[in-house]
Structures are given as structure tokens and as C-alpha cells.
Design a protein around this ligand. Structure first.
Ligand SMILES: *Cc1c(COP(=O)(O)O)cnc(C)c1O
Length: 356
């Protein structure tokens, strides 16, 4: 590691907080940002002075490589406040490991762990009034890295900016999600960037998702790029299928994002002796299960919505409805996860980290 990374975190606080101006009962997800942000530049082969400063605009050259070649990765995680006013993070080391894994795939230099964790906990402490108690309320945290070197030469940037923003979020009800099983477009391919949280992965999903919306569906279930035979992810979430009382989900590969919610659901299910099959899931077997009544549930798993139940799916010309399961796995895992995150239940796996 470059010696410059040993620099101390510089903190510039806001003069007056904006927290009193915010209507915490009317938040649009990801559109209001807390008082402070974290910023650290990479140049001359090393990460420079890490800084926390008031949230605000940046000045970046329009020739910065991120705008031309999309060399950028990000993370999504949350802080939660319990009923005693303590603030917790959920498995933050997983997000740290993953942003560096994403960076490696995008030829971005890795970020030092100590600075990441110090930046995160310092930011959350400074802006703890932005985390509201109550099940479902949280402070969404968005770390990201972008290529800032000036120049449109098609080569990896020599300069980067690592940042962390924080945005208060309310319980996120997705309602009934109807999905289309992709039979033409793909999210990721073998050897591609699907396992990285690369910014461009999201941009590439918008068009096929719009086509699904036009047909009255909200999301796309992505299938393998080769033959569209296997079910892989739902929108920007991992996806689970409950057939009878077993849970099926695609195995981690270079086409699948290794979700923290996914692996937490698997751990909770196994603890409760629910059979979990991490294996390729055929479109045909799920259609068969829908027809013979053994398909009980489909749900997405991701940090933003935690668990998002699917009410119907379409494949080519046909639509299949799923019966609502009031006491289903989706409801149960959502409750169990949220209670651990909000310090309302035991934490048998040691997933919570107390920040303040
Ligand atoms: C972020 C993401 C997920 C969910 O990951 P979590 O760690 O559970 O939030 C799933 N799939 C894709 C494609 C993602 O980008």
C-alpha cells in the first residue's frame, strides 16, 4: 500500500445541519442526502488524504474517463437505528470486500479497508440524526468509485475518486411485483461484468425493463445469456423460488452478483432446516412447478427492499399468477432480517456492527 494512505481523515463539518428541513415521512428513495459525504482521490499511484466534507456538487472535467468509458463501481448498504437510539450497520465488511472485487474487475485500484471502515463509521456518527428509528426506516449508504483522469484515450484511468453518500430511506414497499422472464435481452454473460457492481450494468438494464413496463410488468427476471434457459436474477436483486418447501436460487458465478441479502437469507433458511438448493434453476422446471401447483413463491432479495415478493410472471405468451402467501418464506425472511438489522432480535451470526 502506498505510504500516503496512512494520512489521517480530515473532517470539515457543516455549519448548520439540514436535517430539520427534511420531511422524513415523505422521502423518495435515494433523492435526499445527509449533511456530509466522504471523498478520497487516487493519483500518483496512491490514495490521497481522505476527507469528510459537507455534501455538495463536484467540479469534474467533462473529459474525465468515467463519462466516456463507464469505469465506475458502487455499493449499497444501510444503517439502522434501534429504539434506544443506537445505530447499527449490517455486515459492512461484505460490502467492503465486494467493492474491491468490483474494482478489480473494472481495473480500478482497491481501496484500503481501514479507511473505508473509518470513513463509514465517522460519517454515520456525524449524521446520526439522519437515521430514524422504526422498523423499515434506514440510512441508505452509497459508496462508489469513478475514473477521474482527464482524457478520452481508451485506457484505464490513472486517477479515481472514492466517495460515500448517505440518503435517508423509509420502509420500501414494492407492492405486487410482476416480472417478465427474459428471452432475448441479457444482464450478464460468462466472463462479463455481471458479478461486479459496475455502474453500467444498471444502465444496460433500463431499456429491457422499460419494455417490460410497457406490457404492465415492473421487472425482468434475467436468464443466462447463452440460451435463456436458466433463471438468474430479478431486476437488481437476487432471486429465490420456493418449490414445495425447498428454496432454489442460482449459484454464484461470474454472471451472478453475490448479494449480502441472498447469503443472509440462505443462512437463515439453513438455520431453520429449510432445504436450500444453490444450483442452476431451469425456466422449464419453474413453469412446470407453476402448472402443477408446487411453485409457492418467487421473491427478490436485495438491500433496498430487503425481500420483494413476485405476484406473477410471464414467459413468452403466457402469464402465471402466484397465490399470495401471508405466512410464506418471503414474509418470514423479511421479518427475521429486519429484526436483526434493527436490533430487535438475537444476532446469532454476528452480522450487526454497533456504530454509535
Ligand atoms: C446489489 C445487487 C444485488 C443485491 O445485493 P445486496 O448485497 O443483497 O444488496 C443483487 N443483484 C444485483 C445485480 C445487484 O447489483
Amino acid at each position: 500500500m502506498n505510504s500516503s494512505t496512512a494520512q489521517k481523515l480530515d473532517i470539515q463539518k457543516v455549519k448548520t445541519s439540514r436535517v430539520t428541513e427534511v420531511d422524513f415521512n415523505n422521502l423518495t428513495f435515494g433523492s435526499t442526502f445527509s449533511d456530509h459525504m466522504f471523498e478520497c482521490d487516487y493519483k500518483d499511484g496512491g490514495w490521497q488524504k481522505p476527507t469528510i466534507k459537507p455534501y455538495g456538487p463536484l467540479t469534474i472535467s467533462p473529459a474525465a474517463k468515467v463519462f466516456h468509458y463507464g469505469q465506475a463501481v458502487f455499493e449499497g448498504m444501510k444503517a439502522y437505528k434501534d429504539d434506544h437510539g443506537k445505530v447499527w450497520l449490517f455486515r459492512p465488511e461484505e460490502n467492503f470486500k465486494r467493492i474491491n472485487k468490483s474494482s478489480v474487475r473494472m481495473a480500478i485500484p482497491e481501496f484500503p479497508k481501514e479507511i473505508f471502515l473509518e470513513a463509514l463509521t465517522t460519517l454515520v456518527k456525524l449524521d446520526k440524526e439522519w437515521v430514524k428509528p422504526g422498523l423499515g426506516n434506514s440510512l441508505y449508504i452509497r459508496p462508489f468509485v469513478m475514473a477521474t483522469q482527464v482524457g478520452v484515450g481508451a485506457s484505464p484511468s490513472t486517477e479515481y475518486k472514492f466517495m460515500i453518500l448517505m440518503s435517508p430511506a423509509q420502509a420500501y414497499y414494492t407492492g405486487d411485483v410482476k416480472v417478465v422472464i427474459a428471452d432475448h435481452y441479457s444482464r450478464s454473460a460468462n466472463g462479463g461484468v455481471g458479478a461486479a457492481k459496475a455502474a453500467g450494468n444498471y444502465g444496460a438494464q433500463f431499456f429491457p425493463t422499460n419494455l417490460a413496463r410497457e406490457k404492465g410488468f415492473q421487472q425482468v427476471i434475467w436468464t443466462d445469456a447463452s440460451n435463456h434457459e436458466y433463471l438468474e436474477e430479478a431486476g437488481t436483486m437476487n432471486v429465490f423460488f420456493r418449490v414445495n418447501n425447498s428454496l432454489l436460487t442460482a449459484p454464484i458465478s461470474d454472471r451472478i452478483l453475490d448479494g449480502v441479502t441472498r447469503k443472509s437469507v440462505i443462512a437463515l433458511a439453513k438455520k431453520d432446516n429449510i432445504t436450500v438448493e444453490e444450483r442452476p434453476v431451469l425456466v422449464s422446471e419453474i413453469i412446470e412447478a407453476a402448472k402443477n401447483g408446487t411453485l409457492k413463491e418467487i421473491f427478490g432479495a436485495g438491500t433496498a427492499a430487503v425481500i420483494s415478493p413476485v405476484s406473477a410472471f410471464s414467459y413468452k405468451e403466457d402469464t402465471y399468477e402466484l397465490n399470495k402467501q401471508e405466512d410464506g418464506f418471503a414474509t418470514r425472511f423479511k421479518k427475521e432480517l429486519m429484526e436483526i438489522q434493527h436490533n430487535l432480535s438475537e444476532d446469532p451470526f454476528g452480522w450487526r456492527l454497533e456504530v454509535v
